[in-house]
Design a protein around this ligand. Structure first.
Ligand SMILES: [Zn+2]
Length: 257
């Protein structure tokens, strides 16, 4: 295992949900944990998503919400320490604080910007598709900020850290692979909500394109190879099996050996 790389999962709240798997009601009381992730390679800090901002957390009734900087502080990282922010997709619970990273390189897929722009161009028809999911002003901001690195397809972002298109949940979702010798860590974000998606090959209830989602599931399994760790985006059972050093903080590298 690479000794200079560590990967954390930071869970900053939860949300009630009526359904996790497409077409199936969730047991009453099911909660979706809301998370983002941090990769440290040597001295550089890479954020994979940045959580919800306080306005959207209130609007969406997030339970036990913790602001991003509170979660980062629990692993000794401040907003200004972040060199690179990878946005897996632009949903409110993943990209809510992106405008705060003026000094960081922000990586987003072209297809993600294009997908939302398509719907934003015709609000009379498509406002239902974005109003409860994204902050429309963020799309223009990301298109026009000089620190935004718009990529198309697979790209190496830092040594051993690559982004991969994983469409289906949104048009241009990307997942992140961190190479750690025999044990790559695949941060799927919402390419995969829960392990059950992959075991049963059933998409998440919140899926834009079923066929793309199923192809993404296969790609994620291949990316993890035999001994990799697949980290789903919203899986309470998965998280509860990992040791937690402080509330919401899990060192994903500590479970690899
Ligand atoms: Zn999500």
């Amino acid at each position: 295992m690479r000794r200079d790389t560590r990967v954390w999962s930071l869970t900053y709240g939860a949300q009630a949900t009526p359904s996790v798997l497409l077409g199936e009601p969730a047991p009453p009381g099911t909660l979706l944990p809301l998370s983002f992730w941090v990769v440290r390679v040597g001295s550089s800090a890479i954020l994979v998503d940045c959580g919800a901002n306080p306005e959207w957390a209130m609007k969406k009734s997030v339970i036990e919400y913790q602001p991003m900087e509170t979660m980062l502080a629990r692993i000794g990282v401040s907003v200004t320490d972040v060199d690179i922010l990878i946005l897996t997709h632009l949903h409110w619970d993943h990209a809510g604080n992106a405008e705060r990273f003026h000094g960081a390189r922000i990586v987003v897929q072209q297809a993600e910007l294009d997908g939302w722009s398509y719907m934003l161009a015709d609000p009379a028809t498509y406002s239902w598709a974005y109003e409860q999911r994204i902050d429309p002003s963020q799309i223009a901001l990301l298109r026009n900020s000089p620190n935004v690195d718009v990529v198309s397809g697979v790209a190496e972002i830092a040594p051993g850290v690559t982004v991969h298109p994983g469409p289906g949940h949104t048009a241009g979702l990307q997942y992140v692979k961190v190479e750690l010798g025999d044990h790559p860590i695949v941060l799927t974000s919402d390419a995969v909500f829960s392990r059950e998606n992959l075991v049963r090959m059933v998409p998440n209830s919140n899926t834009l394109n079923v066929v793309e989602t199923l192809a993404t599931f296969s790609a994620v399994k291949a990316a993890a190879r035999e001994r990799g760790l697949i980290v789903p985006g919203h899986d309470q059972t998965f998280l509860s099996e990992l040791p937690s050093s402080s509330p919401g903080v899990r060192d994903l590298t500590s479970v690899l050996s």
